[in-house]
Design a protein around this ligand. Structure first.
Ligand code: PLP
Length: 368
């Protein structure tokens, strides 16, 4: 036990201390590799327009940014037919999840999500001393009926990742709407659409209704989250946003760290929104490569969950952490899902054709 365990708050001590043996998240020079397919980043980089916009504002880096990110909020409001006070911009969605949890939760309250979903929901919930309830998954994804049954007087948040990370499953908009109609008014539903652009593309191709610009206008107890970290290729800049009713958004804004979103990130996001061509390139190539990659992985005898995002969840039927270690020795980094309760599954980000070729070469060699 460290000498600080008596000093930290009770609910923080309950979280324990994490000292990773090897850096897992983010980029680290400690990992020599040829291909990283472990964090669902876009392999196509930022938009050239975003790059140009960033260069232009770099020379203003001695000044604090606009704490209200008004330029970006106005643009997002227009895009979603909302008012600017119904939009909050944050340093990535991970930062916003923390703010949402701090706003709505406290010891004695709880949040609900599905098992095998985004780990940050649990981290932000437990960081404020609240409890996370995880309902069993159904067909690799969310069981909305189980979530409705799990709601009790202590519940304040339901986190829905749509598509889900790490399984890549989708909840169609009709099911989301039926859920929203039935959910109790003391619960805020946080719909995390980090993979929106990929999912919208797949949904159009497969004739499925996904998401709706009307969610925020029709439902009061709803917060819709989107990020620039995925299809827009800006994960390293840390910028995302939430949409919801003005009063709730104003509470979130009060708890946000001052100046947490940099001017460089805001300028990049504004320009990225104007470069739909770049997003289209990313999602079209992703769809093509995802299909090819899924086909090849299935041929090796693995079960691949049909994806609606930029990654594949595959059940190998054997210890996935061991396979991930062998892949790493070949210079390929993917994510084994033991921590998610799926020790035989891997999550593989869809890369460029060249990256996927390198991955498949190593994967075939190891599985044989
Ligand atoms: C990647 C991802 C995010 C994005 O997080 P940022 O902090 O914006 O980079 C949010 N939710 C889910 C489910 C994700 O997979």
């Amino acid at each position: 036990m460290s000498c600080f365990s008596d000093l930290v708050a009770d609910h923080v001590r309950a979280l324990g201390v994490e000292t990773p043996a090897e850096p897992r998240r983010g980029d680290s020079p400690a990992i020599p590799r040829r291909v990283k397919l472990a964090a669902n980043e876009s392999p196509y980089g930022p938009s050239p327009k975003a790059m140009a916009a960033m260069r232009k504002v770099l020379e203003k880096s001695h000044l604090y940014p606009d704490n209200d990110a008004l330029q970006l909020r106005r643009k997002l409001a227009e895009l979603h037919s909302l008012e600017a006070d119904e939009v909050i911009v944050s340093a990535g969605l991970t930062g916003l999840l923390t703010v949402i949890a701090r706003t709505l939760l406290q010891p004695g309250r709880s949040a609900i999500t599905s098992e095998c979903s985004f780990l940050a929901y649990g981290i932000s919930t437990r960081a404020v001393g609240a409890r996370l309830v995880e309902t069993p998954r159904r067909k690799d994804g969310y069981d909305l009926d189980a979530i409705l049954s799990a709601i009790d007087p202590s519940t304040r948040i339901v986190f829905l990742a749509n598509p889900n990370n790490p399984t890549g499953t989708l909840i169609e908009s009709s099911a989301v709407e039926r859920f929203l109609q039935r959910v109790a008014p003391h619960v805020v539903v946080v719909i995390d659409e980090a993979y929106y652009d990929y999912a919208r593309h797949f949904a159009a191709a497969r004739g499925v209704e996904y998401s709706s610009p009307d969610y925020v206008r029709r439902w009061q107890n709803l917060v819709l989250l989107r990020t620039f970290s995925k299809a827009h290729g800006l994960a390293g800049l840390r910028i995302g946003y939430g949409l919801g009713r003005a009063e709730l958004i104003a509470y979130f804004a009060r708890l946000q760290d001052t100046f947490s979103v940099s001017g460089v990130a805001e300028a990049a996001a504004v320009a990225a929104l104007e470069d739909q061509e770049h997003v289209r390139f990313a999602v079209e190539n992703n769809a093509m490569e995802a299909e090819r990659l899924a086909h090849e992985i299935s041929r090796l005898g693995c079960r691949v969950v049909p994806t609606w995002a930029n990654f594949l969840c595959c059940d190998l039927g054997q210890d996935a952490a061991a396979v991930a270690r062998e892949l790493r020795a070949e210079g390929v980094v993917v994510l084994p899902l033991g921590e998610w309760g799926a020790p035989t599954s891997l999550r593989i980000t869809v890369g460029t054709a060249e990256q996927n070729r390198i991955f498949l070469g190593a994967f075939r060699k190891i599985l044989r």
